[in-house]
Design a protein around this ligand. Structure first.
Ligand SMILES: *Cc1c(COP(=O)(O)O)cnc(C)c1O
Length: 375
């Protein structure tokens, strides 16, 4: 059994994936080309954005987003205390200061109440310019966008949606990847839409930002092409081979994978409701279930369960064991008096189980039996 079974997916889509890969090899166009163009069009249409720019990975997508929005020294970037470091790493690298916010105790996404407290604290201190909120759809669950957008409006902040884990999820009828001035995603193999290596994408609606992103992806190219360099950029492109792999996967995701994820999640929910805290999905929202995370009663109970699962060979993982403010690399960041009780509590009790669209009911029963056995 696998936490995420990429081999089962390949077996299901083998004919189409193999044919596409062969076509790239025959045409020998490895950078750019028709697969990249078709993928960008299909991704933008799926998410409901005017533009999609593919790039080398989700971390680069975030870096380009921060660069496009002009993030730099003196800026405060507000981010959830419980996320993967990539959400805010490149903002820090560009000279900005990450300001952590607690999560909501139910959805585990950034808490608008904590966000507003932190914005006010930064303003009161008067040292940093509140600039960007990075909203992370953690575990595939969309953020509370109504509250976040209202705060962005109130305080004049820009919004980046980190949709690395939420491709296919939705909030109030809109797909994840459609929120904020810029949204980013990742095609790392284990994400809801993954390729066979690294890959990422940027989503936006403003044609000037589209041109700017495409320039930053290719060494700051200007209107005259890649040797007409008008700014300092990066080399961040998606390979044509990865686009060839992603096209059939996107089709499968739309056709049946998203639904299959809901079926798997519902079976876990039925088995674990009342015994653990199961994922909470708000009204008119759908999670992509990048992970299926449960909360145990205590850290001790969580660790006992993990030890039992390890002994029985059942894959499991903790997303994430340490809140951002407690990571060694962030020991010197200003916390503005926040203690992040919900993020700390979540990290101490969470554990994730095998979750993918090809998980059979039989395999799932084995997982469920072993988790309940550990209690
Ligand atoms: C995976 C991930 C990223 C980074 O994506 P890569 O393609 O691995 O660079 C960023 N943010 C979140 C929340 C992620 O889960």
């Amino acid at each position: 059994m696998q936490l995420i079974d990429l081999r089962a997916q390949y077996c299901a889509l083998k004919t189409e994936i193999d044919a596409n890969i062969q076509r790239v090899l025959n045409d020998a166009q490895f950078i750019g080309g028709p697969f990249i163009r078709e993928l960008e069009e299909r991704l933008a249409a799926f998410v409901g954005r005017k533009y999609c720019i593919t790039c080398a990975n989700g971390t680069d997508a975030l870096q380009i987003a921060y660069m496009v929005l002009g993030v730099g020294p003196g800026d405060a970037v507000f981010c959830p205390d419980m996320t993967f470091i990539a959400s805010v790493e490149s903002a820090k690298m560009l000279g900005a200061v990450p300001v952590f916010c607690d999560i909501q105790p139910d959805t585990y996404t950034i808490s608008p109440q904590s966000l507003e407290r932190q914005i006010k604290a930064v303003l009161a201190e008067g040292k940093l310019r509140p600039k960007v909120v990075v909203a992370v759809d953690i575990l595939g669950n969309p953020c509370a966008y109504e509250g976040i957008l209202a705060l962005c409006e109130k305080y004049g902040l820009l919004l980046i949606e980190d949709a690395a884990q939420s491709f296919g999820a939705s909030y109030h009828g809109k797909r994840c990847g459609s929120f904020g001035q810029i949204a980013t995603t990742s095609f790392f193999p284990a994400k809801p839409l993954g390729c066979y290596g690294d890959g990422g994408a940027i989503f936006l609606d403003d044609s000037r930002l589209d041109i700017l992103c495409r320039s930053l992806c290719v060494h700051g190219k200007g209107p005259g092409g890649k040797y007409d360099n008008i700014r300092i950029g990066m080399n961040s492109r998606l390979d044509a081979l990865q686009a060839a792999v992603l096209l059939p996967k996107l089709k499968a995701l739309e056709k049946y994978e998203l639904e299959a994820r809901q079926t798997v999640a519902q079976r876990y929910h039925d088995a674990f409701a009342g015994k653990f805290v199961t994922p909470f999905i708000a009204e008119r929202c759908a999670s992509a279930y990048a992970q299926y995370a449960l909360l145990a009663d205590s850290k001790e109970q969580r660790n006992t369960i993990i030890t039992h699962l390890e002994e029985k060979g059942i894959p499991n993982m903790v997303y994430y064991p340490t809140p951002m403010h407690a990571l060694p690399v962030f020991h010197n960041e200003p916390l503005y008096g926040e203690t992040f009780p919900h993020a700390v509590d979540y990290c101490s009790r969470t554990f994730s189980l095998p979750m993918h669209p090809y998980l059979s009911e039989q395999e799932q029963q084995v997982v469920i039996r072993n988790v309940l056995e550990a209690l």
